[in-house]
Ligand binder design. Structure first.
Ligand SMILES: Cc1cc2nc3c(=O)[nH]c(=O)nc-3n(C[C@H](O)[C@H](O)[C@H](O)COP(=O)(O)O)c2cc1C
Length: 575
């Protein structure tokens, strides 16, 4: 029997209501119902609002699983403090750090400074930079357990990329509830707490899978495999109804959709060690760079896999990336022999050191792969210090280089298949010529751009189309600052030539170029006609590009009577 209590607040513009439900012994769901939300982060339309679900588990110890969206701050915190005494809260489990679930972590930490935050290593790292204050924490990995007492023994299931890199599921052995946050969820807002009516929700369930989970179908299958040994009664999702009545059917649909998706996709098998050196941080940065090119990545822990699985995976992979395991790791060495036996000459390869101090030497292995005939997509990445932004950028760009090599035929085919009349018509769209420059911390990047336009008057704003696999893309996230350098007619060729060179991962793109720092820290190219200092306000996903909309905060013109360089094209299938 479930006990339901509703708390409603309606404002002029949006309806926000709360629901608390006893979903199992000592287990309460707090469902924040956002009836009118019609846009979600990646800009897909919502038809039925959404919910943000958070859970209280009361064993001998008291745990809260996830929080809520910041728009529920007052409602959620009032309700929570009515249900529990925050001073008694022992654990705050973070399934992942996306703001719609962790938007109130800072508030909960204020009310419960004694609480231990439990999450995956990456989640704790993300949280540290989100809340800017020290907090007690416990890092958990796949298979780790946490005993709350009273029978509530929790086990954590690693589920990276569903749909954030830091995702973990939490399983309660007493109630057989698996808390999955985004996975198996849907943007669907209604009073029923559970999935009684499949027909009503199945379209939203599939739409949500297509938008959020399908790009990571391999990770979905890996997570379903890890869940396999758990007896499930309920899947407590972070969005929409909890899955109980049609749980098995709905999990099965995820499995079928993911299997169909992975059958045809190009993918890279990336081997790393969860527990050795900086292997996992570097692996994630390389995986992110590969994913920018639309190539899938299967992450495999050297110490948590089997030869049969590796043999099949490697023979189907278009590329291989390997973080060196330790020299004394016999388990990893057995897997390495399997990889060498299954690898073939059509594949691309990339190697990186794990930075643990006793890495397997990288160059002899590189030679072995080259003898088999694999193409090296990036030079071995040698790590001498703990990963900083510069090393992560090298890894990101190296991953992108590998992905671009694997998709080179596809890109040429796509360009060729545009109708030639249409190509010529589109080619009549002309723009100016610009260099976008950006500095983040102590690293900088730059790119030649022509798909630039003014996009607003008040406040002044511009929009730039940036290909998803550009190196500078990671410098153009929300809130990032950059400079738009406007090039001058008849005085731009040397600049363009320089920035169109093929730079190796992490290379200094400004060597030999005169620059002065703008007040936002990014380089102004001394030879440019004008510059504008910008701050990213929003990003719109447009197929193979991001439209990056930014406010313009300062700017100057060097020569008042000179003209902007214009880029006239003949055809519209490239810049
Ligand atoms: C005339 C010209 C205009 C370009 N405009 C854009 C643009 O607006 N957006 C974009 O993403 N790339 C644009 N490019 C492509 C990039 O400048 C260039 O290929 C890129 O810097 C190399 O990729 P990387 O920086 O990721 O290594 C343009 C290239 C040329 C030659």
């Amino acid at each position: 029997m479930v006990a339901i209590k509703d708390t409603k607040q309606t404002t002029n513009t949006t309806r926000l209501t709360l629901q608390t439900v006893e979903i199992a012994p000592d287990t309460t769901a707090i469902r924040c119902l956002d009836w009118d939300r019609d846009r979600f982060d990646i800009e897909f339309g919502l038809q039925n609002g959404t919910t943000y679900n958070s859970f209280i588990i009361q064993g001998e110890k008291l745990a809260l699983v996830d929080t809520s969206h910041a728009k529920f701050r007052q409602l959620y915190l009032e309700l929570l403090t009515g249900l529990i005494d925050p001073a008694q809260l022992d654990y705050l489990i973070i399934s992942h750090t996306e703001p719609d679930h962790s938007g109130l972590v800072k508030d909960v930490l204020k009310l419960a400074p004694q609480v231990t935050v439990v999450g995956a290593k990456v989640a704790i790292k993300f949280l540290e930079s989100m809340v800017h204050q020290p907090f007690e924490h416990q890092i958990v990995k796949n298979g780790d357990r946490l005993d709350l007492g009273g029978g509530h023994e929790l086990e954590f299931v690693s589920a990276p990329n569903l749909h954030w890199p830091d995702t973990i599921f939490t399983y309660d052995y007493l109630t057989q509830i698996l808390y999955t946050c985004d996975a198996f969820g849907m943007h669907y807002c209604d009073e029923p707490t559970f999935d009684e009516d499949l027909e009503l929700i199945e379209a939203d369930y599939q739409y949500y899978y297509d938008c959020l989970m399908k790009p990571n179908a391999r990770s979905v299958l890996a997570a379903i495999k890890r869940m396999g040994k758990l007896e499930l009664a309920t899947i407590a999702t972070g969005h929409g109804p909890l899955l109980q009545y049609h749980r098995a059917e709905l999990v099965d649909r995820y499995q079928q959709w993911s299997q169909a998706q992975t059958k045809t996709e190009t993918f890279v098998a990336l081997f790393y060690s969860e527990d050795y050196g900086y292997s996992d941080d570097l692996a994630r940065a390389i995986a992110q760079g590969i994913a920018k090119t639309g190539v899938a990545v299967e992450l495999v822990d050297w110490n948590n896999t089997e030869p049969q699985f590796v043999r099949e995976l490697v023979s189907g992979a278009a590329g291989l990336v390997m973080g060196m395991p330790t020299q004394s790791d016999t388990e990893a060495h057995a897997i390495l022999s399997t990889i060498l036996a299954a690898a073939h000459g059509k594949q691309a390869i990339g190697l990186f050191e794990s930075g643990g101090g006793e890495d397997e030497p990288i160059y002899p292995l590189r030679n072995q792969f080259q003898e088999i005939g694999l193409t090296e997509a990036f030079e071995p990445i040698l790590v001498k210090e703990s990963p900083n932004r510069a090393i992560e950028q090298v890894c990101d760009e190296a991953g992108t280089d590998l992905g671009q090599w694997l998709t080179r035929d596809r890109s040429v085919r796509q360009i060729k298949c545009i109708d030639s009349g249409l190509q010529k018509a589109l080619g009549r769209i002309s723009n100016g010529l610009y260099i976008i420059t950006a500095t983040k911390g102590d690293i900088s990047s730059a790119m030649v751009a022509s798909w630039v336009m003014q996009a607003s008057l008040s406040p002044l704003g511009i929009a730039i189309a940036v290909a998803k696999d550009r190196a500078i893309e990671s410098f153009l996230q929300m809130g990032d600052r950059f400079v738009l350098n406007v090039l001058e007619e008849d005085n731009y060729q040397h600049i363009i030539r320089h920035f169109l060179k093929r730079f190796p991962p992490g290379a200094d793109r400004f060597e030999g170029i005169d620059t002065v720092p703008a007040s936002n820290g990014s380089p102004i190219i001394a030879d440019s006609l004008a510059y504008a200092e910008c701050e990213v306000q929003s990003r719109l996903e447009c197929s193979d590009h991001w439209i990056v909309y930014s406010n313009v905060q300062a700017g100057r013109v060097a020569k008042l009577d000179a003209l902007t360089a214009v880029h006239h094209r003949k055809i519209g299938n490239h810049y």
